[in-house]
Design a protein around this ligand. Structure first.
Ligand SMILES: NC(=O)C1=CN([C@@H]2O[C@H](COP(=O)(O)OP(=O)(O)OC[C@H]3O[C@@H](n4cnc5c(N)ncnc54)[C@H](O)[C@@H]3O)[C@@H](O)[C@H]2O)C=CC1
Ligand SMILES: O=C(O)C(=O)Cc1ccc(O)cc1
Length: 365
């Protein structure tokens, strides 16, 4: 029997989930987005099997409903859904970055006999919109579920059997703990990134050259300041209390740094960086597709047309690349043309292809 999945909100996350659900057997994926342009693009890019206009009608036929909407829009739709006629065993889930208020609202659905299992794939990007959606966005990332403690185990298993097509690692976490932990590693860093950009913005009034000097480090630490502002407005509002605690902790930490600087003690200053480096270097690597790339470094001679020659060979053997860049030669990496691939298999095919056709030396970092 065909399973009907209905995704509401077809942006980066909803679009990516819809693409991975299309890989599930005997599954038909329907989709809706409030923006007409997104609906048109989703249809053109085959993000779903069918784009719908009538949310209530599609919801009434769905076995699984997945929200890919901003978290406040999800609350709005949950309020609507609780008054609709849905299939008796329907499972509703979301992908929102916050969980406490959504699980609070889910109590109202539960009172009507509707299963709601909170969800949050811990991968994504500063990019947004349907055109950034990728089938493998969540591969190897954690996918958090926040079911009620006494949720029907069969319903959770059914949802997991669908979400396994995201290739993410599914884990269950309490909704409040989720909001505390994601405040630390995701939500608060967005505030810090935005604040650094604001600081640069003030500075550049007096020293316009400062922006020109914003090199790798500043760009790395502020990348997420380019995220969709309305998505982050909603997340910040929903996780306001945790964020206020994080701000207090950060202000204490800044005071600690200030006192170290005032002490002018070289050992304490070095130790400050040393401890941070050790903790940072030991972070486990768990990412989605935007950051899992398989890079190949190719030592190419410097003559015109060389890059198109290399990419031409790869294209002839139908090997897809995800990125290409030229780096300054450094002591530890000899190649200067860096080509990124989505899988290790693609990178190996590329090495075999270029070994056959060129004499360029290749390295994997
Ligand atoms: N951006 C990221 O990296 C991640 C985001 N999330 C969560 O995923 C959800 C979606 O975020 P993104 O895909 O990044 O945003 P997005 O901006 O790419 O997509 C959101 C989509 O929802 C649509 N939408 C807005 N209001 C709607 C409504 N009332 N009804 C139907 N559609 C509506 C928008 O038109 C847009 O297409 C958010 O709840 C966010 O917290 C979760 C993990 C990662
Ligand atoms: O771009 C990044 O690094 C992100 O921060 C992605 C992200 C955004 C929101 C989430 O709830 C989870 C992951």
């Amino acid at each position: 029997m065909t399973r009907n999945v209905f995704v509401i909100g077809l942006g980066l996350i909803g679009g990516s989930i819809a693409l991975s659900c299309q890989k599930a057997p005997e599954t038909k994926v329907f989709g809706y987005d409030v923006q007409e342009k997104t609906r048109e693009l989703a249809a053109a890019l085959n993000i779903v099997h069918e784009v719908v206009e009538d949310v209530e009608q599609a919801a009434s036929m769905a076995d699984v409903i997945i929200f890919g909407t901003p978290v406040n829009a999800t609350l709005y739709w949950m309020d609507e859904l609780k008054n609709w006629k849905l299939k008796p065993n329907v499972i509703i889930t979301d992908t929102g970055s916050t969980k406490s208020l959504i699980m609070k609202k889910a109590v109202e659905l539960r009172e009507k006999g509707i299963t709601f299992i909170g969800g949050h794939p811990m991968a994504g990007s500063h990019k947004s919109g349907v055109s950034a959606a990728k089938q493998y966005l969540f591969e190897n990332a954690y996918y958090i579920l926040t079911p009620f403690d006494d949720e029907d185990g069969n319903q959770i298993i059914k949802l997991e059997q669908l979400l396994k097509f995201t290739l993410a690692k599914i884990v269950k976490v309490d909704a409040r703990e989720h909001d505390h932990m994601t405040a630390v590693v995701s939500h608060f860093p967005h505030i810090v990134a935005a604040s650094l950009v604001h600081q640069l913005n003030f500075e550049k009034e007096k020293y316009p050259m400062t922006s020109l000097l914003a090199a790798g480090g500043f760009r790395d630490i502020t990348r997420i300041a380019s995220s969709n502002p309305s998505i982050w407005r909603d997340i910040t509002l929903q996780n306001r209390n945790e964020l206020i605690h994080q701000l207090d902790a950060w202000q204490n930490e800044m005071n600690r740094v200030k006192s170290i600087l005032l002490s002018n003690d070289d050992q304490s200053i070095e130790q400050y960086f040393e401890v941070a480096k050790n903790v940072r270097d030991q972070l486990p690597i768990t990412t989605g597709v935007f950051y899992t790339t398989y890079d190949l470094y190719i030592d190419i001679p410097d003559y015109p047309g060389i890059i198109s020659q290399v990419t031409g060979y790869l294209a002839e053997e139908r090997i897809s690349i995800t990125n290409i860049r030229v780096i300054e030669a450094r002591e530890d990496i000899f190649g200067i043309l860096v080509i990124s691939f989505q899988t290790n298999d693609d990178r190996e095919k590329a090495m075999n292809c270029l070994e056959k056709r060129t004499k360029f030396e290749m390295y994997i970092s």
